[in-house]
Ligand binder design. Structure first.
Ligand code: ZN
Length: 235
């Protein structure tokens, strides 16, 4: 029914292959909305098991899942939600060759990780393969979302924004985050993923949307490609 989307958009979604890296607080709403939307193939990578303290924000899981592999529990739930979606659980923290291999098999990658090493690796792999990356992070009462399309292998990219992974090495499990915040941001990631898949222009292409959840204030920052960037800059 939606103008600019209609049957053609739904067909594109049904044929689409998406890789979601991280099945935690952000990955939960991303996977739920993408499965409900009928994404053809949903590949989900995460090496962790469900812990009781995850349940406050990781809404893909129930108390009975504690101790189970996240991607197995996610696949079981998502297959019940929408049996037409092919869910491929990848029970590992992607890195190196396996990360590059997984990126090469999809149309869009969603970065829902909680660590900077994987974020930098995903950015480099997606830039090299020209696969769009829908990236987000949330911590304490702050969050951000960006879409990197890497058209023609150019920036801006995540590496243009963050030079050094040492400067911001914190995670939700160490500093805390309110559950609805990752819900809001994960839903935006799912929305932008559907836009990219259906050829609607992403409102966040080359931009960073920042949310201050304490004040509920949003701002959008236009990203500039760093001409000296080792990932997207001239080789
Ligand atoms: Zn760059």
């Amino acid at each position: 029914m939606l103008a600019g989307f209609d049957i053609r958009g739904q067909e594109r979604v049904s044929a689409a292959r998406v890789l979601v890296v991280g099945a935690g607080g952000l990955g939960s709403p991303v996977c739920l909305y993408l499965a409900a939307a009928g994404v053809g193939t949903l590949r989900i990578a995460d090496g962790d098991s469900v812990e009781l303290t995850n349940l406050q924000r990781q809404i893909l899981y129930a108390t009975a899942d504690v101790g189970a592999s996240k991607v197995s529990a996610a696949a079981a739930y998502l297959s019940r939600l929408n049996p037409d979606v092919s869910v491929v659980p990848i029970p590992q923290r992607l890195s190196g060759e396996s990360l590059i291999e997984q990126v090469s098999q999809v149309d869009v990658v969603v970065d829902a990780t909680d660590n900077f090493a994987t974020r930098f690796e995903l950015n480099a792999a997606c830039c090299a393969a020209h696969v769009p990356l829908v990236s987000a992070a949330a911590i304490r009462m702050e969050a951000q979302v960006a879409v990197y399309s890497y058209r023609g292998g150019t920036g801006p990219c995540y590496r243009c924004l963050y030079q050094d992974e040492q400067e911001i090495a914190e995670s939700c499990s160490e500093t805390g985050v309110l559950g609805p915040l990752v819900g809001i941001i994960g839903a935006i990631q799912a929305l932008e993923t559907l836009k990219v898949l259906t050829g609607m222009e992403s409102s966040l292409d080359g931009k960073l949307l920042v949310l201050d959840a304490r004040r509920l204030e949003w701002r959008t920052v236009k990203l500039r490609a760093d001409p000296k960037c080792p990932i997207c800059g001239p080789k």
